[in-house]
Design a protein around this ligand. Structure first.
Ligand SMILES: NC(=O)c1ccc[n+]([C@@H]2O[C@H](COP(=O)([O-])OP(=O)(O)OC[C@H]3O[C@@H](n4cnc5c(N)ncnc54)[C@H](OP(=O)(O)O)[C@@H]3O)[C@@H](O)[C@H]2O)c1
Length: 340
């Protein structure tokens, strides 16, 4: 039976809302799992043409004792996107690791009880792949065979930075998924996707620029002329629309079951490169943005494999130029509305 009715977690987030739209555009039915019903209403009202294909289920925050039993009723495929990605947390384990792992565990446990579910696609991250101690030369390419070497204890330690704690949360949540499949042998298989920085336009409820998700907020800082300009932690990125398509392809292509993919545009980025695009494309950008005195050099010492995912999932990556322009144009118009 082809997959027809898909549960999407994190549906009111940056990536999740694109995944919802990609599924709807292909004629599938979607149940969006959300924490916040007000955001769900904004999502629904923005998609009147899909009223009969899109429904919402409220689920509690992953820090609580939650159940997805209701959420998976009648569902035959799941795309699990939700995971904490907001910095400024107080406790690494409580705010990053446990909710990320609990989210995966709860979704998979409920899915295992729903015999019609055929596949669960999980958004992991390049954060679960990167090994910051691995240095070129020689030149190397990260692939889906790589795992970051962090221990749980290091990630949970509150002396560890939040960025590192986030990396741990993605690693241990993804590992929990692979362990679950190995031990429980459920009726579904899984696919995990490990993207780096995600850019591009937003389709989830964002009433104010202050509500942008973390990666978009960084790009908006550049467009706002923040000085000093942020520095990229990694030179890899993907457009949110390409990544949403990859999630849906991962769900619908039987042959990719139980695969882990890294996924990234072959074109590397820096925030300076984004700034140059903004300056060239938007007149207002020239007034706001001052390029750094010392050029932000793009690290060419290593790569991230995006070719395997492109080939096996049928993805053609958008250019950094288009991704930046589409986002900045949209954010700039929101700024104008805010200023009234
Ligand atoms: N943005 C990036 O550059 C990037 C890069 C690599 C991987 N990822 C992964 O992509 C996924 C989506 O991230 P995003 O960029 O779309 O960020 P986002 O806009 O912050 O979305 C995160 C989603 O997860 C939900 N969520 C967060 N904490 C939760 C919790 N404790 N309990 C239940 N739900 C929770 C949020 O719910 P609300 O809508 O209610 O806030 C939101 O829908 C995440 O798995 C993230 O790790 C992101």
């Amino acid at each position: 039976m082809p997959i027809d009715y898909v549960l999407v977690t994190g549906a009111t987030g940056f990536l999740g809302a694109h995944v919802v739209d990609e599924l709807l555009a292909r004629g599938l039915r979607v149940r969006a799992a959300v924490r916040n019903l007000a955001k769900a209403n904004v999502m629904r009202d923005a998609r009147p043409q899909y009223a009969s294909k899109l429904d919402f289920v409220q689920v509690a925050d992953f820090t609580a004792n939650i159940s997805f039993e209701e959420a998976v009723k009648d569902i035959d495929g799941v795309i699990h996107v939700a995971s904490p990605l907001t910095f400024g947390v107080e406790d690494n384990e409580r705010d990053f690791l446990l909710p990320a792992i609990n989210g995966v565990a709860t979704v998979l446990k409920a899915a295992a009880q729903a015999s019609q579910i055929q596949r669960v696609v999980i958004t992991s991250s390049f954060a679960s792949v990167i090994d910051v101690n691995r240095k070129a030369p020689p030149h190397f390419t990260y692939t889906a065979a790589d795992w970051n070497p962090l221990t749980y204890e290091e990630a949970a330690d509150n002396k560890t930075s939040e960025v590192v704690a986030y990396r741990g949360s993605k690693k241990f949540a993804e590992l929990a998924a692979w362990d679950f499949v190995q031990k429980e042998k459920p009726g579904f298989d899984i696919v995990t996707l490990c993207p780096p920085m995600i850019f591009g336009p937003f389709v989830h409820p964002v009433a104010r620029l202050e509500e942008l998700n973390d990666s978009a907020a960084k790009l908006w800082e550049v467009a706002s002329g923040v000085d000093p300009m942020p520095l990229a932690r990694v030179p890899f990125w993907i457009d949110v629309r390409d990544l949403a398509k990859a999630h849906v392809e991962s769900l619908l292509r039987p042959e990719v079951g139980n695969r882990r993919f890294t996924i990234a545009s072959p074109e590397k980025f820096s925030y300076q490169k984004a700034a140059e695009i903004i300056i060239q494309k938007f007149e207002w950008g020239r007034d706001r943005i001052h390029l750094p005195e010392t050029e932000q050099k793009i690290d060419q010492s290593h790569d991230l494999d995006g070719e395997t995912a492109a080939r096996e999932l049928g993805i053609t990556y958008r250019s950094f130029h288009d991704s930046v322009v589409d986002f900045v144009r949209q954010a700039r118009s929101l700024e104008a509305t805010q200023k009234g």
